[in-house]
Design a protein around this ligand. Sequence first.
Ligand code: FES
Length: 363
Amino acid sequence: MDEKKPSTADILAKIRAQKAAAAASSETPAPAAPAPESAAPVPAAEAPVAPAAAPKPAAPAAKPGSTKDILAAIRAKGAGGAAATPAAAEAAPATTPAKPASPAASAGPRPSVQDMLKAVREGKVGAAPAAAAPAAGAAKSAVAAPAMPAKPASATSKKAPSPQRRSLAVLLVVACTSLGCFIGSALTGSVLLFLAGMLVWSLLMTPFMAAFASLAEVGGLWTLHTARFMMPNVLVEPPSKFKVGPLSDYPLNTVSNKWKDQYGVWIVHTDQYEGQNLIFALASVCTHLGCTPSWLDGEQKFKCPCHGSGFYITGVNFEGPAPRPLERMGLKIAEGMLEVDKSMKFQEEMGQWTDPASFVAVS
Ligand code: FES
């Protein structure tokens, strides 16, 4: 009386054996005929005879029915009589040796296969009855999420600093050097400076970056040259008016070379021009072809080194190819000082030496 209820595996094995027996037999529903009570000691091959026929005798003959129906019928039968239990227990090892009967199966009502499958599908494996544990475990292992792949070594290991990477200071130095070359090239128009800047810049660049930087630099230089073209050309010259000192600095019948190199004029104090005691400024430009004559104090004349033209202390030409006298600049007294105005020129052959602006009379 203390016998256990058949497990699902036992029931399934019994059903399979019953089906096999039915297939082997004739068309007549033979399993339904024998009495169920005498099936207790029957071996596994004859086991389906007793339990299957009692609750649902017509089912195997007409239609075997679903597994669910058969299981329900067998359970109903198993609950009433224990005659089928030994047979099922014997049949179980033959069909499903890997599934031993669970000790917890006798503790309460057994769950159906659908319940077990539902529990497995819903993931409630832990809450399922003990009898469903093996199947649920198998299903769980089947639906378990795949293990996360290990991180690649490249993702876990830190990137080693690239040998191409250069420090900011080096980049700044190179950038400033190349920029200086480019600015110098733009200001002076030197192609060599431009090429040097390109070479320095491209040394630290990849070919693509060097090409792109060159394109940008050419565009920048083009812009600079355009901006320079839009600006007016300013010629920086010394002022046209300048003070050369008081009258007392220039004795009579002397020629001062003090301002020759800086302003290109001689300051002459003489009384040999028409008997007048005058101070005037002579341009140090030969009237032949523009060479710069020299004052020869011993010979008291200006002598041009190019073609030998000679001029008196008054500036009047007397030898050589020079066609006319030297030119005078404007001269006046301003704030007690002699002030030369190079913007004014006076030519003797045109009668302009008589202009008071061309000399300062000394009394
Ligand atoms: Fe002075 Fe020819 S340039 S003599």
